[in-house]
Design a protein around this ligand. Structure first.
Ligand SMILES: [Zn+2]
Length: 207
């Protein structure tokens, strides 16, 4: 092979492990495994632009979710408001340090890290610049921490608590509950519009 040509990109089939060569240029078709026909890469139009827009939206919802009251509990004439972060602090104070750390990790730190990581990778690519320093490492980290983002599990827990506590006190959902609910969908959309093979191809230019 001539020295000035880039090495062919090879991808292992997720179903049968056959190593398939990808075309050197980005394509607009769905690539299938040569042996078993499994989908190797699916073209997603404007994936960087869309993922960036959705990640920015998610970041705004994330800030709102952490700034406004999550729930207000009314019992008699007494009203108690909590935000996501004060709720985590209350768990810590009530000797539930493990649970408090788990909620902080899965609902605040990991989603925050994912959003900032995606912005760091996508913004330079969108505005036609070279990929940011260590962008490939950041993208790998974003993918590796993904299983620890469990906002939807937390939301499910809140909904169950709302039903269970409904007869003991009046529970008023705050702005944060709605923005948090929206955040779950927007984050899922940001990840589903991402095109990892395309991103790796673009990030590879720096190496
Ligand atoms: Zn295959």
């Amino acid at each position: 092979m001539p020295i000035d040509q880039p090495p062919p990109t090879v991808i292992a089939c997720p179903d049968c492990d056959l190593l398939n060569r990808l075309p050197a240029e980005a394509t607009t078709v769905t690539l299938l495994c040569g042996r078993c026909g499994a989908v190797l890469a699916r073209h997603k139009p404007d994936s960087i632009e869309r993922s960036l827009a959705l990640t920015l939206t998610a970041l705004i919802l994330f800030v709102v979710s952490n700034s406004f009251p999550f729930l207000a509990m009314k019992t008699g004439g007494f009203v108690q408001e909590t935000t996501l972060l004060t709720g985590i602090r209350e768990l810590w104070k009530q000797d539930m340090q493990g649970l408090s750390c788990l909620v902080l990790l899965t609902c605040v730190l990991v989603p925050g890290l994912q959003m900032i990581g995606l912005l760091y990778i996508l913004a330079p690519l969108q505005w036609g610049r070279r990929p940011a320093a260590h962008a490939a490492r950041v993208f790998r980290l974003v993918q590796e921490v993904a299983p620890w983002g469990m906002m939807e599990v937390f939301m499910m827990g809140i909904l169950v608590a709302l039903v269970k506590l409904g007869h003991m006190a009046t529970i008023v959902p705050g702005v944060s509950v709605f923005s948090f609910g929206g955040l779950i969908f927007v984050m899922a959309a940001a990840f589903s519009t991402l095109d990892p093979p395309l991103l790796w191809q673009r990030l590879d230019l720096r190496r």
